[in-house]
Design a protein around this ligand. Structure first.
Ligand code: BTN
Length: 260
């Protein structure tokens, strides 16, 4: 298990991961983060586990990860900006993870809308943003991140679309170093979103994005259709062109490259 000391030693962040919870096993770091009151989990709190028994993914999916091999963590935010920027936090996350992976592993990584990180077209990281607008004075937002780091075996049905940094690079990756780099990049990108117009962050994200100009399959709840990915809008939605030529924005859902 990673210790709090290992994580915070030499970490150069000023706000993120000043409060840290580590677990060997937990149901879900996101669920724990949701239950933390602000005095126990202030802005920037990190919750990290070696194993989750009910890891949650987007669109009601599960997130399965071999114990001790990967990064499973959540950050707690009390943003001082409004909903229009809160909905861009997945871009903060995917850009930070992409840059950190490239620095630490030398691999080249790309961002897939809304918040996946891919290497060689295979998913190595996903994130789950959850907002709770309860009675608390500030609006709490939590960002859960799962990175497949050193896991080598994947279930048969995932092998064609999921991978890990170890499988793509051929070498064992130092999880602590990668986590520290991600936290530092996250803090920088969070500040970029806080203090500058969102166009800056989206501009940088576009440079790492994979889909534009490509044929994709859009999955909106139960419903799927083919389209071409055009761009990402300022509100974080994906601009697509459907097969009958119409432009539309997709706010929630999932997309995959159409192979044909
Ligand atoms: C997705 O791609 O569907 C999102 C996956 C998010 C997984 C992470 S692992 C840490 C945190 N805790 C959870 O239960 N989920 C997120």
């Amino acid at each position: 298990m990673m210790t709090k000391n290992e994580i915070t030693e030499n970490l150069t962040t000023t706000v993120f991961a000043k409060s840290v919870y580590t677990f060997e096993t937990i149901d879900s770091t996101n669920t724990f983060a949701k239950s933390l009151p602000q005095h126990k989990g202030p802005h920037g709190t990190l919750i990290i586990a070696d194993e989750q028994t009910s890891g949650r993914g987007r669109m009601q999916r599960e997130w399965i990860s071999t114990k001790g091999k990967n990064l499973l963590f959540t950050l707690v935010f009390y943003p001082e900006f409004g909903m229009e920027k809160i909905s861009l936090l997945p871009f903060v996350g995917s850009l930070a993870v992409t840059d950190a992976i490239e620095t630490v592993t030398g691999l080249s990584a790309t961002c897939k809308w809304p918040n996946d990180v891919l290497i060689n077209n295979k998913k190595v990281c996903g994130m789950l943003l959850e907002t709770s607008t309860g009675n608390s004075p500030a609006n709490k937002v939590i960002l859960g991140i799962g990175v497949n780091v050193n896991q080598e075996d994947f279930p048969e049905e995932l092998k064609h679309k999921a991978s890990s940094l170890k499988n793509e690079s051929g070498i064992e990756i130092d999880r602590v170093r990668l986590l520290q780099k991600i936290l530092e990049e996250l803090e920088n990108r969070y500040d970029q979103l806080s203090f500058f117009p969102p166009q800056q962050l989206l501009h940088d994200w576009r440079l790492k994005a994979l889909l534009f100009g490509k044929k994709i399959t859009v999955l909106e709840s139960e419903f799927s259709f083919n389209a071409t990915a055009i761009d990402v809008a300022e509100d974080g939605s994906l601009i697509i062109q459907t097969e009958d030529g119409q432009k539309r924005n997709i706010f929630a859902g999932d997309v995959s490259l159409a192979y044909n």
